[in-house]
Design a protein around this ligand. Sequence first.
Ligand code: MSP
Length: 531
Amino acid sequence: MVQAERCGVKTFDICPRACLLGRLGMKSFYITTAIDYVNGAPHLGHAYEKVLTDVVARFRRQMGDRVHFLTGADEHGQKVQASARKQGIPAQEYVDKTSAEFRALYDRLEVSYDDFIRTTEPRHKKVVRDVLQQLFDKGEIYQAEYRGFYSTRQEQFLQEKDRLPDGSWPEIFGEVTDIVEKNYFFRLKKYQDWLIEYLQSHEDFIFPRYRQKQVLEFLKEPLNDLCISRPKERLEWGIPLPFDESYVTYVWFDALLNYYSAVVDKGLWPADYNVIGKDILVPPHAVYWPIMLHACGLPPPKGLLVHGWWLQSGAKMSKSTGEAVNPLALVDQFGVDAFRYFLIREMNVGQDSEFTVEQFLVRYNSELANNLGNLVNRTLNMTTRFAGGVVPAVETKQELEQELATLWAKTRDEVVVLSEGFQFHTALERTMSFVTATNAYIEKRAPWKLGKSSEAADQALLRTSLATMAEALRLAVAAMQHVTPATTEKINAVLGYTPGSIWRDELNWGAKLAGAKVAPSLVLFPRPATK
Ligand code: MSP
């Protein structure tokens, strides 16, 4: 094992785990979400990001990768300090409570994270302090006097260019104060050319690609060095600087390092993807983060996966709009998988989507309750009625069966390619089209008519149609497994089927269900009681 000393923390160039995985032919895949500010209740926007990342993580696991999935909570900073004071409780007590609320939501949403990091944990604080000390020792951090404007709401220093043409400050900055204080600065400017060069030579660093161009546009203006300290008299709730304990660390410098601190002893850096919303791309993730890592002698993450916003009446859903959708209300009424399905089906990763209950209901009713629900009902009912509840074997393959199998082969290939490219919404659309085609196949075959005939050929066709619809259903839900894992599991269970360990093999049309004993019925997506 080769150890390298970087930024004061031991990192492993070659770790035994990586070697073992390599020998087993498994690719390691490390993916992270943004860590939420826990100074309010989680809303649909937070939930979306964790579900999206979960869908990527589950898909990569299904494809055979050894996945490490990290999420967590951003627990320091002004906003948390202010919220805790408002409630009259210590900041730590406050974050213990709110963090648990976020985590419970992600558990409820079946987010299959491997690790949940909190920035108040000793393991994180240690790495942040080690990194800071190392950068300070290398001269990458220096002290200087700062004179200027400070936005408490955004926890950031402002410049003249941030003013509106009439001289006032934009609403987003809240109260802006005039301050003079000594602070510590990280030499960001020095790495501007390196970053431009890096982005130009790594065109796929940011998904979607057009966002990379926006970053390069931003970098046309000269960067300022980054103020990474806050004097304790103004902000106590943070990680003290190791070289000057009268200051705490700027919350972004602290928070970004979570992606690294969580795996410092696991040999997993660099991450394959940091998944984030578009509001935190520039400058934190696309500028500060790669430069911080580079200054430490570490590589940037391999990619940034940048999603858009859930909007309400055209504006970003947020806790301050007061109208943010509570994910639990939808989950309680419609179930976890309906919620996950909607988020992933509706949003084209990278773009914005308007959230409305009407649209939720349209998808729920037409795609889940009617289309998929119908196929499940028909398969179970007819297998019970015409075959004693046991899936028959295919006896005769005619044009209709052939057509459906051909459509499946195309759907399967598309689902894999689309999911690899984060086009999950289209993958679901293709899968639903296949379910529609299967329902249409049933209409055409009309097993209820074949069941009335005593002709041997009709009986053979009846058994074939039952086998075909059951197999088609099994395949469709296998293709949705990373989005609706519990539904896939339930449908497999009522089909009397236990899937094999290799997901790609599960996507091949075969006779896997012949002889399986099915359940008589399953209510999956009941009609909502009220609107
Ligand atoms: N704490 C920082 C992130 C630090 S990462 C080192 C933060 N927290 S946040 O709670 O404001 O946002 C967490 C994530 O939720 C961000 O990626 C953000 O883009 C996402 N969303 C918050 N509101 C959103 C929507 N309305 N829609 C989609 N995602 C949005 O920023």
